[in-house]
Design a protein around this ligand. Sequence first.
Ligand SMILES: Cc1ncc(COP(=O)(O)O)c(C=O)c1O
Length: 409
Amino acid sequence: MDTNILSRFSQYAENAIEEENPTAQMLTRSGKRVIRLNIGDPAKFFPTPKYMVDAYINALKEGKTGYCDPEGILELREAVSNRYKRIYNVDVNPNDGTFITHGVSEALIFLNSILVNPGDRAVMFKPYYAVCYSGFRVFGGEPIFQEYQEDREWDVDTDDLDRKIKAAKKDGKVVKYLMVTNPSNPTGMVLDRNVIERIADIANNNDLVLISDEIYDEVVYNGAKFTSISQIAKGIPHIIFNGASKDLDATGFRIGFVVVPGDDAVSKVLKKSIYDFCAIRLCASTPAQYAVTEGINNIIEHRKSIDYFIREIEDRANFASKMINDSDYMHVIPPRGAYYLFPKLDMEKLDLENDKDFVHKLLEEEGVLLTRGSGFGGEDHVRLVALPPKETLARAIEKIDRFCSRHSK
Ligand SMILES: Cc1ncc(COP(=O)(O)O)c(C=O)c1O
């Protein structure tokens, strides 16, 4: 058989976060300690709250181990709907507009399966969450990028954004959606309400479906105030992604939520198609859904866990930001949401080719595993997670600084 059997878009299935894992594993096998700051997995550092683990075990013991409705168990859809009412005062229909997926990752596959024909355009902001980009590219999509302005604390030039969309449409391109990740992975930026309002207007005026990945919506600090697109976009077709991985510290449960609050003609078409995609993969993990239902509904226990988590993340992220900004070779804008730091490397001072070279050699020489910024569309940057305790972050940043000194020109 011809080995040239892969689809022409399969080459885009890449995730820079995992790319140095083989080297890290080899180093570990040879007895070297590796500090892994590449993956945003809170459960590795903050155990998933016990009340949710107990709810998972109970679901198993009660025999809730079969398939459930394709769109998810009603209890969880109601919990998600109530959560949107309680936190954002947004009405979401639990029976038509709330869908449970295997993480936001599966929701991204649904989104692109539903909307994208090869050559279609979608607007995404740069730096982007790596899987938003690759998840779109594997369907043959061609992104229209709008850069966040790093020298203006990751602000957005919304006039430029509007111009770019109009130019693409004038050129005959089909532009399907505009996607925001807020709070941002990888920068930790939280968008101001007025910027979101402007983005929503632009999507609406240009007939684009507005998508917002808000998986870190409760993980905000340093004085930031989070606004959900669902609060702004009333009357505009939009889809919100959220889930259990980050706010509920349960990455391995693999539960995501897709919320479509609108009842306009476009939202109706989207809801029908999302349901159909849920149906062709049968359902998301049933016992995990019961655990997540308890995770959301037990407001007192959740508050305790998330308050502690946010306090710790704020402290760790600020501590690491300060250390990075004391270095001669990097500069970071301290995050205000999520738990990533995205420092810019001063490549002029370093004898390294690019951020990929930086990450690879840093791992080999110092045993610190980061992710290259170019994997998020942010060349000359690296991403590190602020999840480990401060002692670990300090050790890692000292090693990074030592590595930079050794490679200075
Ligand atoms: C912005 C963003 N969206 C989605 C995901 C993946 O979410 P899930 O675990 O629900 O698949 C991540 C994981 O890091 C993320 O940072």
